[in-house]
Design a protein around this ligand. Structure first.
Ligand SMILES: Cc1cc2nc3c(=O)[nH]c(=O)nc-3n(C[C@H](O)[C@H](O)[C@H](O)COP(=O)(O)OP(=O)(O)OC[C@H]3O[C@@H](n4cnc5c(N)ncnc54)[C@H](O)[C@@H]3O)c2cc1C
Length: 394
Protein backbone atom coordinates (compact mmCIF):
# COMPACT_ATOMS: atom_id res chain seq x y z
CA UNK A 1 0.00 0.00 0.00
CA UNK A 2 1.31 3.44 -0.96
CA UNK A 3 0.91 5.80 1.99
CA UNK A 4 1.50 9.02 0.14
CA UNK A 5 -1.60 11.17 -0.20
CA UNK A 6 -2.93 11.78 -3.71
CA UNK A 7 -4.06 15.16 -5.06
CA UNK A 8 -7.66 14.00 -4.50
CA UNK A 9 -6.83 13.12 -0.89
CA UNK A 10 -5.40 16.62 -0.41
CA UNK A 11 -8.57 18.14 -1.89
CA UNK A 12 -10.53 16.05 0.58
CA UNK A 13 -8.22 17.33 3.35
CA UNK A 14 -9.14 20.91 2.38
CA UNK A 15 -12.82 20.02 2.55
CA UNK A 16 -12.50 18.55 6.06
CA UNK A 17 -10.32 21.42 7.27
CA UNK A 18 -12.68 24.07 5.92
CA UNK A 19 -15.72 22.43 7.49
CA UNK A 20 -14.03 22.09 10.89
CA UNK A 21 -12.53 25.58 10.87
CA UNK A 22 -15.81 27.24 9.84
CA UNK A 23 -17.79 25.34 12.46
CA UNK A 24 -15.31 25.79 15.31
CA UNK A 25 -14.65 29.45 14.61
CA UNK A 26 -18.33 30.33 14.95
CA UNK A 27 -21.09 28.47 16.80
CA UNK A 28 -18.85 25.87 18.44
CA UNK A 29 -15.85 27.93 19.60
CA UNK A 30 -16.59 27.02 23.25
CA UNK A 31 -16.01 23.30 22.70
CA UNK A 32 -12.70 23.63 20.86
CA UNK A 33 -10.03 21.56 22.61
CA UNK A 34 -12.53 20.23 25.17
CA UNK A 35 -13.73 16.73 25.99
CA UNK A 36 -11.89 13.47 25.45
CA UNK A 37 -10.07 11.36 28.05
CA UNK A 38 -9.59 13.24 31.32
CA UNK A 39 -11.99 16.03 30.30
CA UNK A 40 -14.95 14.03 29.12
CA UNK A 41 -17.38 15.22 31.76
CA UNK A 42 -17.52 18.79 30.47
CA UNK A 43 -19.97 20.81 28.34
CA UNK A 44 -22.37 17.95 27.66
CA UNK A 45 -25.14 19.96 25.97
CA UNK A 46 -22.69 21.88 23.80
CA UNK A 47 -20.88 18.72 22.72
CA UNK A 48 -24.18 16.96 22.04
CA UNK A 49 -25.05 19.87 19.73
CA UNK A 50 -21.62 19.40 18.07
CA UNK A 51 -22.31 15.68 17.61
CA UNK A 52 -25.60 16.48 15.89
CA UNK A 53 -23.96 19.19 13.78
CA UNK A 54 -21.41 16.62 12.56
CA UNK A 55 -24.22 14.14 11.92
CA UNK A 56 -26.32 16.65 9.97
CA UNK A 57 -23.36 17.32 7.66
CA UNK A 58 -22.40 13.67 7.19
CA UNK A 59 -19.22 13.85 9.30
CA UNK A 60 -19.97 11.09 11.80
CA UNK A 61 -19.21 7.41 11.11
CA UNK A 62 -17.02 8.28 8.12
CA UNK A 63 -15.54 4.76 8.01
CA UNK A 64 -18.89 2.97 7.81
CA UNK A 65 -19.93 1.64 4.38
CA UNK A 66 -22.17 3.94 2.36
CA UNK A 67 -25.05 1.44 2.35
CA UNK A 68 -25.19 1.82 6.13
CA UNK A 69 -25.17 5.62 6.07
CA UNK A 70 -21.42 6.23 6.39
CA UNK A 71 -19.04 7.80 3.87
CA UNK A 72 -17.24 4.55 3.09
CA UNK A 73 -13.90 6.39 3.28
CA UNK A 74 -10.74 4.59 2.19
CA UNK A 75 -8.06 4.13 4.86
CA UNK A 76 -6.12 7.08 3.40
CA UNK A 77 -9.14 9.35 3.74
CA UNK A 78 -9.90 8.12 7.24
CA UNK A 79 -6.35 9.02 8.22
CA UNK A 80 -6.81 12.48 6.68
CA UNK A 81 -10.10 12.94 8.53
CA UNK A 82 -8.72 11.90 11.94
CA UNK A 83 -5.56 13.96 11.45
CA UNK A 84 -7.53 17.08 10.57
CA UNK A 85 -9.93 16.49 13.46
CA UNK A 86 -6.99 16.37 15.89
CA UNK A 87 -5.20 19.28 14.22
CA UNK A 88 -8.31 21.49 14.53
CA UNK A 89 -8.54 20.54 18.23
CA UNK A 90 -12.16 19.62 17.59
CA UNK A 91 -13.91 18.35 20.75
CA UNK A 92 -13.73 14.80 22.09
CA UNK A 93 -16.65 12.92 20.54
CA UNK A 94 -19.46 11.91 22.85
CA UNK A 95 -20.83 9.48 20.28
CA UNK A 96 -17.63 7.50 19.85
CA UNK A 97 -18.80 4.31 21.62
CA UNK A 98 -21.75 3.96 19.24
CA UNK A 99 -19.70 4.96 16.21
CA UNK A 100 -16.58 2.87 16.77
CA UNK A 101 -17.87 -0.12 18.75
CA UNK A 102 -21.60 -0.82 18.48
CA UNK A 103 -22.17 0.39 14.90
CA UNK A 104 -19.47 -1.81 13.30
CA UNK A 105 -20.66 -4.72 15.48
CA UNK A 106 -24.23 -4.37 14.18
CA UNK A 107 -22.96 -4.03 10.62
CA UNK A 108 -21.03 -7.32 11.00
CA UNK A 109 -23.22 -9.37 13.32
CA UNK A 110 -26.66 -7.66 13.54
CA UNK A 111 -29.91 -8.29 11.67
CA UNK A 112 -31.36 -5.90 9.07
CA UNK A 113 -34.03 -4.91 11.61
CA UNK A 114 -31.37 -4.08 14.23
CA UNK A 115 -29.35 -2.05 11.73
CA UNK A 116 -32.46 -0.14 10.58
CA UNK A 117 -33.46 0.54 14.17
CA UNK A 118 -30.12 1.54 15.70
CA UNK A 119 -27.67 2.85 13.07
CA UNK A 120 -29.58 6.07 12.18
CA UNK A 121 -29.51 7.27 15.82
CA UNK A 122 -25.72 6.80 15.99
CA UNK A 123 -25.21 8.58 12.66
CA UNK A 124 -27.37 11.54 13.69
CA UNK A 125 -26.05 11.76 17.27
CA UNK A 126 -29.54 11.31 18.68
CA UNK A 127 -28.85 8.05 20.56
CA UNK A 128 -25.78 7.57 22.75
CA UNK A 129 -24.35 4.21 23.79
CA UNK A 130 -22.23 2.73 26.56
CA UNK A 131 -20.39 -0.59 26.90
CA UNK A 132 -21.51 -2.98 29.67
CA UNK A 133 -18.71 -5.54 29.77
CA UNK A 134 -16.67 -5.18 33.00
CA UNK A 135 -17.94 -6.33 36.39
CA UNK A 136 -16.34 -6.35 39.84
CA UNK A 137 -15.15 -9.94 39.20
CA UNK A 138 -14.70 -9.72 35.43
CA UNK A 139 -12.18 -7.36 33.84
CA UNK A 140 -9.16 -9.00 32.25
CA UNK A 141 -11.00 -12.28 32.84
CA UNK A 142 -14.07 -11.05 30.97
CA UNK A 143 -15.62 -14.51 30.53
CA UNK A 144 -16.20 -14.56 34.28
CA UNK A 145 -19.23 -12.21 34.02
CA UNK A 146 -22.05 -12.99 36.44
CA UNK A 147 -24.79 -10.63 35.18
CA UNK A 148 -27.61 -12.86 34.00
CA UNK A 149 -30.62 -12.51 31.73
CA UNK A 150 -33.73 -14.68 31.49
CA UNK A 151 -36.60 -14.61 29.03
CA UNK A 152 -39.78 -13.50 30.80
CA UNK A 153 -42.99 -12.81 28.83
CA UNK A 154 -41.14 -12.18 25.56
CA UNK A 155 -38.52 -9.90 27.12
CA UNK A 156 -35.06 -10.34 28.62
CA UNK A 157 -35.03 -9.61 32.34
CA UNK A 158 -31.54 -8.62 33.54
CA UNK A 159 -29.97 -8.88 37.01
CA UNK A 160 -26.42 -7.95 37.92
CA UNK A 161 -23.78 -5.25 38.19
CA UNK A 162 -21.42 -3.63 35.70
CA UNK A 163 -18.56 -1.30 36.64
CA UNK A 164 -16.32 1.31 34.97
CA UNK A 165 -19.11 1.94 32.46
CA UNK A 166 -17.92 5.06 30.62
CA UNK A 167 -20.64 7.55 29.67
CA UNK A 168 -23.46 5.44 31.20
CA UNK A 169 -24.83 8.65 32.73
CA UNK A 170 -25.44 10.05 29.23
CA UNK A 171 -26.25 6.89 27.38
CA UNK A 172 -29.67 6.00 26.01
CA UNK A 173 -28.62 2.38 25.42
CA UNK A 174 -26.01 -0.10 26.65
CA UNK A 175 -24.63 -3.23 24.97
CA UNK A 176 -24.55 -5.69 27.83
CA UNK A 177 -22.83 -9.06 28.14
CA UNK A 178 -25.08 -11.32 30.20
CA UNK A 179 -25.11 -15.00 31.06
CA UNK A 180 -28.16 -16.62 29.46
CA UNK A 181 -27.24 -20.27 30.05
CA UNK A 182 -25.85 -20.93 33.49
CA UNK A 183 -25.13 -24.60 32.83
CA UNK A 184 -22.78 -23.86 29.90
CA UNK A 185 -18.97 -23.54 29.97
CA UNK A 186 -17.46 -20.14 30.83
CA UNK A 187 -17.11 -18.67 27.31
CA UNK A 188 -20.41 -20.18 26.22
CA UNK A 189 -23.88 -19.29 27.47
CA UNK A 190 -23.19 -15.53 27.18
CA UNK A 191 -25.47 -13.27 25.09
CA UNK A 192 -24.90 -9.78 23.72
CA UNK A 193 -27.98 -7.70 24.61
CA UNK A 194 -29.02 -4.17 23.66
CA UNK A 195 -30.62 -2.63 26.74
CA UNK A 196 -32.38 0.75 27.13
CA UNK A 197 -30.81 2.72 29.99
CA UNK A 198 -33.73 4.96 30.89
CA UNK A 199 -35.94 2.57 32.81
CA UNK A 200 -36.69 1.74 36.45
CA UNK A 201 -34.56 -1.42 36.59
CA UNK A 202 -31.33 0.49 35.79
CA UNK A 203 -29.51 2.35 38.57
CA UNK A 204 -26.46 4.40 37.50
CA UNK A 205 -24.02 5.49 40.22
CA UNK A 206 -21.16 7.79 39.20
CA UNK A 207 -17.60 6.92 40.26
CA UNK A 208 -15.68 9.99 41.39
CA UNK A 209 -12.21 10.16 39.87
CA UNK A 210 -9.05 11.76 41.17
CA UNK A 211 -9.62 14.60 38.67
CA UNK A 212 -12.91 15.44 40.44
CA UNK A 213 -14.87 14.32 37.36
CA UNK A 214 -17.12 11.30 36.95
CA UNK A 215 -16.62 9.89 33.48
CA UNK A 216 -17.56 6.36 34.39
CA UNK A 217 -20.07 4.60 36.62
CA UNK A 218 -21.32 1.53 38.40
CA UNK A 219 -24.50 0.25 36.73
CA UNK A 220 -26.94 -1.99 38.61
CA UNK A 221 -29.57 -3.99 36.70
CA UNK A 222 -32.46 -5.22 38.83
CA UNK A 223 -35.15 -6.66 36.60
CA UNK A 224 -34.22 -4.30 33.74
CA UNK A 225 -36.05 -5.28 30.56
CA UNK A 226 -35.31 -5.40 26.87
CA UNK A 227 -37.19 -6.93 23.96
CA UNK A 228 -36.37 -10.58 23.13
CA UNK A 229 -35.26 -9.44 19.66
CA UNK A 230 -32.53 -7.18 21.10
CA UNK A 231 -29.86 -9.86 21.10
CA UNK A 232 -26.97 -9.52 18.65
CA UNK A 233 -25.85 -12.81 17.10
CA UNK A 234 -27.01 -16.11 18.54
CA UNK A 235 -28.54 -16.46 22.00
CA UNK A 236 -25.69 -17.98 24.11
CA UNK A 237 -23.25 -17.11 21.28
CA UNK A 238 -22.38 -13.57 22.47
CA UNK A 239 -18.70 -14.25 23.18
CA UNK A 240 -17.88 -14.23 19.46
CA UNK A 241 -19.76 -10.93 19.04
CA UNK A 242 -18.09 -9.44 22.13
CA UNK A 243 -14.64 -10.27 20.75
CA UNK A 244 -15.69 -8.78 17.40
CA UNK A 245 -16.51 -5.49 19.17
CA UNK A 246 -13.09 -5.43 20.86
CA UNK A 247 -11.40 -5.95 17.49
CA UNK A 248 -13.03 -2.73 16.24
CA UNK A 249 -11.56 -0.74 19.13
CA UNK A 250 -8.66 0.79 17.22
CA UNK A 251 -8.17 1.57 13.56
CA UNK A 252 -7.16 4.61 11.56
CA UNK A 253 -7.98 6.82 14.57
CA UNK A 254 -4.62 5.80 16.09
CA UNK A 255 -3.01 8.38 13.81
CA UNK A 256 -5.38 11.10 15.02
CA UNK A 257 -4.54 10.08 18.58
CA UNK A 258 -0.87 10.35 17.69
CA UNK A 259 -1.44 13.98 16.70
CA UNK A 260 -3.29 14.66 19.95
CA UNK A 261 -0.34 13.28 21.90
CA UNK A 262 1.97 15.44 19.79
CA UNK A 263 -0.14 18.49 20.73
CA UNK A 264 0.36 17.52 24.38
CA UNK A 265 4.11 17.05 23.83
CA UNK A 266 4.19 20.61 22.41
CA UNK A 267 2.52 21.85 25.59
CA UNK A 268 5.09 20.06 27.76
CA UNK A 269 7.91 21.66 25.73
CA UNK A 270 6.26 25.09 26.05
CA UNK A 271 6.06 24.63 29.85
CA UNK A 272 9.75 23.60 29.96
CA UNK A 273 10.72 26.68 27.94
CA UNK A 274 8.61 28.94 30.17
CA UNK A 275 10.19 27.81 33.45
CA UNK A 276 13.71 27.23 32.14
CA UNK A 277 13.75 23.43 32.67
CA UNK A 278 14.38 23.06 28.96
CA UNK A 279 18.06 23.63 29.91
CA UNK A 280 18.10 20.58 32.20
CA UNK A 281 19.93 17.81 30.29
CA UNK A 282 17.78 15.00 31.76
CA UNK A 283 14.54 16.77 30.87
CA UNK A 284 15.83 17.35 27.34
CA UNK A 285 16.68 13.67 26.95
CA UNK A 286 13.23 12.61 28.14
CA UNK A 287 11.53 15.10 25.79
CA UNK A 288 13.50 13.71 22.86
CA UNK A 289 12.78 10.14 23.97
CA UNK A 290 9.01 10.86 23.97
CA UNK A 291 9.26 12.57 20.59
CA UNK A 292 11.08 9.58 19.07
CA UNK A 293 8.45 7.23 20.48
CA UNK A 294 5.68 9.44 19.04
CA UNK A 295 7.33 9.08 15.62
CA UNK A 296 7.58 5.32 16.09
CA UNK A 297 3.90 5.18 17.06
CA UNK A 298 3.01 6.92 13.80
CA UNK A 299 5.29 4.77 11.67
CA UNK A 300 4.06 1.56 13.26
CA UNK A 301 0.42 2.60 12.67
CA UNK A 302 1.26 3.21 9.00
CA UNK A 303 3.10 -0.11 8.79
CA UNK A 304 0.03 -1.91 10.13
CA UNK A 305 -2.27 -0.10 7.72
CA UNK A 306 -0.07 -0.92 4.77
CA UNK A 307 0.12 -4.62 5.68
CA UNK A 308 -1.86 -7.09 3.62
CA UNK A 309 -1.90 -9.44 6.62
CA UNK A 310 -5.30 -9.33 8.35
CA UNK A 311 -3.80 -9.23 11.86
CA UNK A 312 -0.13 -8.25 11.48
CA UNK A 313 2.04 -9.06 14.53
CA UNK A 314 3.04 -5.37 14.63
CA UNK A 315 -0.56 -4.58 15.62
CA UNK A 316 -0.13 -6.51 18.86
CA UNK A 317 2.38 -3.99 20.24
CA UNK A 318 0.22 -0.94 19.46
CA UNK A 319 -1.78 -0.68 22.69
CA UNK A 320 1.15 -1.47 25.01
CA UNK A 321 3.35 1.01 23.14
CA UNK A 322 1.05 4.03 23.09
CA UNK A 323 -0.30 3.47 26.62
CA UNK A 324 3.20 3.33 28.12
CA UNK A 325 4.38 6.29 26.04
CA UNK A 326 1.38 8.40 27.07
CA UNK A 327 1.80 7.54 30.76
CA UNK A 328 5.51 8.49 30.53
CA UNK A 329 4.57 11.79 28.85
CA UNK A 330 2.23 12.56 31.77
CA UNK A 331 5.01 11.84 34.28
CA UNK A 332 7.42 13.99 32.31
CA UNK A 333 4.90 16.86 32.35
CA UNK A 334 4.86 16.74 36.16
CA UNK A 335 8.66 16.72 36.38
CA UNK A 336 8.80 19.70 34.03
CA UNK A 337 6.35 21.61 36.23
CA UNK A 338 8.27 20.69 39.40
CA UNK A 339 6.70 22.04 42.61
CA UNK A 340 4.07 23.87 40.54
CA UNK A 341 2.61 20.46 39.67
CA UNK A 342 1.26 20.21 43.23
CA UNK A 343 -0.90 23.36 42.88
CA UNK A 344 -4.16 23.74 41.02
CA UNK A 345 -3.19 26.30 38.43
CA UNK A 346 -6.13 25.92 36.03
CA UNK A 347 -9.51 27.62 36.51
CA UNK A 348 -13.11 26.57 35.93
CA UNK A 349 -15.32 29.03 33.98
CA UNK A 350 -16.68 30.27 37.36
CA UNK A 351 -13.14 31.19 38.45
CA UNK A 352 -12.68 28.36 40.98
CA UNK A 353 -9.38 26.41 40.87
CA UNK A 354 -9.13 23.46 38.49
CA UNK A 355 -6.33 21.16 37.36
CA UNK A 356 -4.33 22.45 34.40
CA UNK A 357 -4.31 20.52 31.13
CA UNK A 358 -0.90 19.01 31.95
CA UNK A 359 -2.08 17.89 35.38
CA UNK A 360 -5.11 16.24 33.73
CA UNK A 361 -2.78 14.59 31.23
CA UNK A 362 -0.79 13.09 34.10
CA UNK A 363 -3.82 11.98 36.11
CA UNK A 364 -5.82 10.47 33.26
CA UNK A 365 -2.91 8.78 31.50
CA UNK A 366 -2.53 6.55 34.59
CA UNK A 367 -5.61 4.70 33.28
CA UNK A 368 -4.23 4.21 29.76
CA UNK A 369 -2.30 1.13 30.87
CA UNK A 370 -5.53 -0.41 32.27
CA UNK A 371 -8.49 0.06 29.91
CA UNK A 372 -8.82 -1.75 26.57
CA UNK A 373 -6.51 -4.45 27.95
CA UNK A 374 -3.94 -3.87 30.72
CA UNK A 375 -0.21 -3.75 29.98
CA UNK A 376 0.24 -7.16 31.60
CA UNK A 377 -2.47 -8.68 29.42
CA UNK A 378 -0.95 -7.04 26.32
CA UNK A 379 2.42 -8.61 27.21
CA UNK A 380 0.73 -12.01 27.52
CA UNK A 381 -0.83 -11.53 24.07
CA UNK A 382 2.50 -10.55 22.51
CA UNK A 383 4.30 -13.43 24.25
CA UNK A 384 1.79 -16.09 23.32
CA UNK A 385 0.47 -14.98 19.91
CA UNK A 386 3.34 -13.02 18.36
CA UNK A 387 6.38 -14.73 19.90
CA UNK A 388 4.91 -18.23 20.35
CA UNK A 389 5.95 -18.49 24.02
CA UNK A 390 4.22 -21.01 26.32
CA UNK A 391 0.74 -20.03 27.49
CA UNK A 392 0.14 -18.05 30.72
CA UNK A 393 -0.15 -20.77 33.44
CA UNK A 394 -3.45 -19.25 34.68
C1 LIG B 1 -10.79 4.87 32.05
C2 LIG B 1 -11.45 3.53 31.97
C3 LIG B 1 -12.63 3.38 31.23
C4 LIG B 1 -13.26 2.14 31.17
N1 LIG B 1 -14.45 2.05 30.46
C5 LIG B 1 -15.10 0.85 30.44
C6 LIG B 1 -16.38 0.75 29.77
O1 LIG B 1 -16.91 1.73 29.24
N2 LIG B 1 -17.01 -0.45 29.79
C7 LIG B 1 -16.47 -1.56 30.38
O2 LIG B 1 -17.08 -2.62 30.33
N3 LIG B 1 -15.25 -1.49 31.03
C8 LIG B 1 -14.58 -0.31 31.06
N4 LIG B 1 -13.36 -0.21 31.73
C9 LIG B 1 -12.86 -1.39 32.46
C10 LIG B 1 -11.63 -2.03 31.83
O3 LIG B 1 -11.97 -2.76 30.69
C11 LIG B 1 -10.99 -2.91 32.92
O4 LIG B 1 -10.51 -2.03 33.94
C12 LIG B 1 -9.83 -3.73 32.39
O5 LIG B 1 -10.30 -4.75 31.53
C13 LIG B 1 -9.04 -4.40 33.56
O6 LIG B 1 -9.90 -5.11 34.37
P1 LIG B 1 -9.92 -4.87 35.96
O7 LIG B 1 -9.97 -3.41 36.21
O8 LIG B 1 -11.02 -5.73 36.51
O9 LIG B 1 -8.51 -5.40 36.48
P2 LIG B 1 -8.11 -6.91 36.72
O10 LIG B 1 -8.44 -7.73 35.54
O11 LIG B 1 -8.64 -7.36 38.05
O12 LIG B 1 -6.54 -6.79 36.81
C14 LIG B 1 -5.86 -6.36 38.00
C15 LIG B 1 -4.35 -6.47 37.75
O13 LIG B 1 -4.00 -7.85 37.54
C16 LIG B 1 -3.33 -7.99 36.29
N5 LIG B 1 -3.72 -9.26 35.64
C17 LIG B 1 -4.98 -9.77 35.51
N6 LIG B 1 -4.95 -10.94 34.84
C18 LIG B 1 -3.64 -11.18 34.53
C19 LIG B 1 -2.94 -12.23 33.85
N7 LIG B 1 -3.60 -13.27 33.32
N8 LIG B 1 -1.59 -12.12 33.73
C20 LIG B 1 -0.91 -11.07 34.25
N9 LIG B 1 -1.51 -10.04 34.92
C21 LIG B 1 -2.85 -10.11 35.06
C22 LIG B 1 -3.80 -6.82 35.44
O14 LIG B 1 -2.89 -6.49 34.42
C23 LIG B 1 -3.91 -5.72 36.49
O15 LIG B 1 -2.65 -5.15 36.72
C24 LIG B 1 -12.71 1.01 31.83
C25 LIG B 1 -11.52 1.16 32.57
C26 LIG B 1 -10.90 2.39 32.65
C27 LIG B 1 -9.65 2.53 33.47
Amino acid sequence: MDLRFSTEDETFRDEVRTFLEDSLARDFAAVRGRGGPGDDDCLFEERLAWERHLGAHGWTCVAWPKEHGGRGLSLHRQVVYFEEYARARAPGRIGHIGETLLGPTLISFGTDEQRDRFLPGILAGTELWCQGYSEPGAGSDLANIQTRADLVDGEWSIEGQKVWTSQAHWADWCFVLARTNRGAAKHKGISYLLVPMRQDGVDIRPIHQVTGDSEFNEVFFSGARTDAANVVGEVDGGWRVAMGTLAFERGASTLGENLMFLNEWDEVVAAARANGRIHDATIRQRLVDCWVRLRLMRLNAMRIMSSTHEAPPAAMVTKLFWATLHRDLGELAMDVLGAEATLRTGTFPDGSPDFSRLQRLFLFSRSDTIYAGTNQIQRNIIGERALGLPKDPS
